[in-house]
Design a protein around this ligand. Structure first.
Ligand SMILES: C[S@@+](CC[C@H](N)C(=O)[O-])C[C@H]1O[C@@H](n2cnc3c(N)ncnc32)[C@H](O)[C@@H]1O
Length: 503
């Protein structure tokens, strides 16, 4: 039982490691690194890692833990009385880690443990002070950190500090989110290169900690090297299946071997351009469900607008689950980004009145992209939005699954801004493109670039790397493809996605 109330547990990112998992980690570290001279646990909690380490290496090493929580310290000291372990009451953020890890005459320092699982925004919500000083964040995440926007987690900050302080003969072995491990590696890969031996061993966080996150043991040791590559193992076991990820030709690649097998596809597209769906930031006002012949908005109000401004809509949850049955409609106020909407007052007076009735919400939309645009603007809108057929996918799901989206009752179907699509003119074109992007080659190539533990794993940048010409050739369908392929004006350089991102 945890001695902390729930909010404190959250504030201190408190997930104590089960002893069995700590034992497994220490045994793996013994294989990877051998016997350390000193073992340091920077946020020791109840001391599972110190105990596992002391049982493994006995008096061949020294053991020291740091922890902020007095109750844990008392309990850990009691449990570990017979193991020769020292536990200090310290706040990680007040410590000089270069000094703590530089042990005279003992260069083989192992930093092991499980730092708090909490983000700075969680702490903001909790009104917590368990944070590094703002000034210390400069340089780590630049402007984002200063403005408090960045949602980096505290573990990432701690791991970066520890890696910086680690002597070159030392090793680090920490449980954390896989995204955190990747960000830490990327930080060093960009700053001063890789480590000879960097690995991620995946763990089942649901089974071990009861939390549904992608988590791992992050391990790094050895001298700095130019190669920016880490191995990802499917289990806490050096013999488990593994892949390599890292920087190749300046891009971060999630599976280097799969990427290299399909590298010819990494040419970008000059024929088709991936688009993102409609962005409006006011679902309750702009999206409707149909009830008989009535349209109902998110407030349960019956909506009276001109039919030609209402289009069928598929959301991420539809595409992600392979549904193309239409459940929603969306109000479309423009045909191009920046179109003047004032004209609706005369052309579509009912729609204009509806927008005015909800202007309080629409005018308050947070994103600054609306500030300098005509009132009631949309983003992600253009002639491509009105293409009768689409090949689309959701960017939010943990698999690469495309769907052919046909028109609905003669109208083009819109998709929301978490989806991406290729506009097509007819069924034949859509079917061919669907076959191409659903081929094993395309899926392996895209999969080699996607990190499925990210919030939005599939991004337009990843999709836009794919060369349709090369893909059609690989799939033996170059002739068919030629029938449709047409260079688009602007090719991959279009500005659709840039506009919504503009600060
Ligand atoms: C995820 S738990 C892991 C505990 C232990 N390392 C283990 O593996 O069982 C994180 C620990 O970090 C401690 N902690 C949180 N903030 C801290 C800080 N600023 N300084 C030192 N310890 C801290 C918490 O009290 C908690 O025991």
């Amino acid at each position: 039982m945890s001695p902390l109330p729930t909010s404190s547990k959250k504030e201190y990112g408190d997930f104590q490691t089960p002893q069995k998992l700590a034992n497994g980690v220490v045994s793996l570290v013994d294989t990877l690194y051998g016997t350390p001279e000193i073992v340091i646990e920077p946020t020791a909690g109840l001391g599972a890692f110190l105990r596992a380490s002391a049982e493994q290496w006995k008096d061949r090493a020294q053991y020291r833990g740091y922890e902020i929580n007095r109750t844990y310290i008392d309990r850990a000291r009691r449990h570990l009385r017979d193991f020769g372990v020292q536990i200090l009451r310290r706040d990680f953020f007040g410590e000089d880690w270069v000094c703590n890890l530089a042990q005279p005459g003992k260069p083989r320092v192992l930093v092991i443990g499980n730092p708090p699982w909490v983000t700075n925004s969680d702490l903001g919500v909790l009104g917590s002070v368990n944070l590094p000083k703002k000034s210390n964040l400069v340089g780590l995440r630049g402007l984002d950190a200063l403005t408090g926007k960045s949602n980096f987690d505290i573990a990432e900050w701690m791991l970066v500090r520890l890696m910086e302080a680690l002597p070159s003969d030392g090793a680090i072995a920490m449980l954390c989110k896989t995204m955190t491990a990747r960000k830490v590696l990327r930080h060093f890969w960009k700053k001063d290169g890789g480590r000879e031996d960097s690995s991620i061993f995946l763990i089942d966080a649901k089974a071990e900690f009861g939390v549904a996150v992608d988590a791992c043991l992050f391990f790094a040791r050895g001298k700095r090297t130019r190669e920016c590559v880490a191995r990802v193992y499917s289990d806490i076991d050096i013999t488990s299946e593994s892949t390599r990820f890292g920087f190749i030709d300046g891009s971060l690649v999630s599976n280097i071997d799969a990427y290299q097998a399909h590298k010819n596809l990494d040419r970008g597209s000059t024929t088709y351009t991936w688009r993102s769906g409609i962005k409006h930031d006011a679902a309750k006002v702009m999206e409707f469900t149909r009830c008989g012949d009535k349209l109902i908005n998110g407030f349960g109000e019956t909506v009276d607008v001109e039919d030609e401004y209402v289009f069928p809509l598929l959301k991420s949850s539809d595409l992600g689950n392979g549904r193309i049955a239409i459940r929603k409609s969306v109000l479309i106020t423009q045909r191009h980004i920046g179109d003047e909407t004032k004209e609706l007052e005369h052309r579509a007076p009912k729609t204009w009145q509806y927008l005015l009735n909800h202007a309080r919400i629409l005018d308050k939309r947070k994103s600054s992209i609306y500030a300098t645009r005509p009132r009631f603007s949309l983003f992600g809108i253009g002639p491509y939005s009105f293409a009768p057929w689409k090949v689309a996918l959701s960017g939010l799901y943990k698999r690469i699954k495309f769907t052919v989206v046909p028109p609905c009752k003669g109208q083009p179907v819109m998709v929301d801004d978490t989806c991406y699509f290729i506009p097509c003119q007819n069924e034949k074109e859509a079917t061919l493109l669907f076959d191409l992007v659903s081929s094993a080659a395309a899926k392996e190539f895209l999969g080699s670039l996607v990190f499925f533990d990210s919030k939005r794993p599939i991004t337009i940048d990843v999709l836009r790397k794919l060369s349709f010409v090369e893909l059609a050739r690989d799939c033996g369908r170059a002739d068919e493809f030629e029938e449709f392929a047409r260079p688009e004006s602007g090719g991959g350089m279009d500005t659709q996605m840039l506009l919504p991102m503009k600060p």
